[in-house]
Design a binder for this molecule. Structure first.
Ligand code: SF4
Length: 160
């Protein structure tokens, strides 16, 4: 069975930086969970950060800094390494990662100025996952993920 790596916060785990729960209740998620195909990870908690924790954003040079100026790049990288290891152990080709997060965001992330301005780019974990060939989706792309899942399970190669 094709497995899907998923950001733990989308399943309602209390792992977000602000300690709030943000469960994604889409029926597709419930079905995939019941089928046992979801493999959850919170890279920031896995990397040693606490809940709650200060908001952090990637800076133009690639470091990840909290709003108070603390460099948490090492923790973000450690979490990304663990997520990659988990993906490799589980033979993961597809991932559903929380949009706009400095770890899990795919395609768009905040620009580092803590002004809620988005720029093109990936979160730290997502950029590592992309490098090993995992296809990335966020919670606004569940139908596209479902289509890709079908393609993978029908034995065809995933789309480039
Ligand atoms: Fe969710 Fe990812 Fe942030 Fe963890 S690091 S709270 S899984 S978005």
């Amino acid at each position: 069975m094709e497995k899907i790596l998923i950001s733990a916060c989308l399943l309602g785990d209390r792992v977000r930086y602000n300690g709030e729960i943000q469960l994604c209740q889409h029926p597709l998620l419930k079905r995939w969970q019941a089928e046992g195909r979801l493999v959850k990870v919170c890279p920031e908690v896995a990397g040693g950060l606490s809940v709650p924790r200060p908001a952090a954003e990637q800076q133009p040079g690639g470091r990840v800094i909290t709003q108070q100026g603390v460099d948490v790049t090492a923790e973000f990288e450690a979490g990304a390494t663990l997520a990659v290891k988990l993906a490799q152990q589980q033979g993961i080709r597809l991932a559903l990662m929380k949009a706009r997060s400095p770890s899990c965001g795919s395609g768009h992330v905040y620009d580092g100025a803590f002004q809620r301005r988005l720029i093109a780019g990936d979160g730290v974990t997502v950029s590592h996952l992309r490098r090993i060939g995992v296809q990335l989706f966020d919670e606004t792309q569940l139908d596209a993920l479902a289509a890709e899942l079908l393609r993978c399970e029908s034995g065809k190669d995933p789309s480039p």
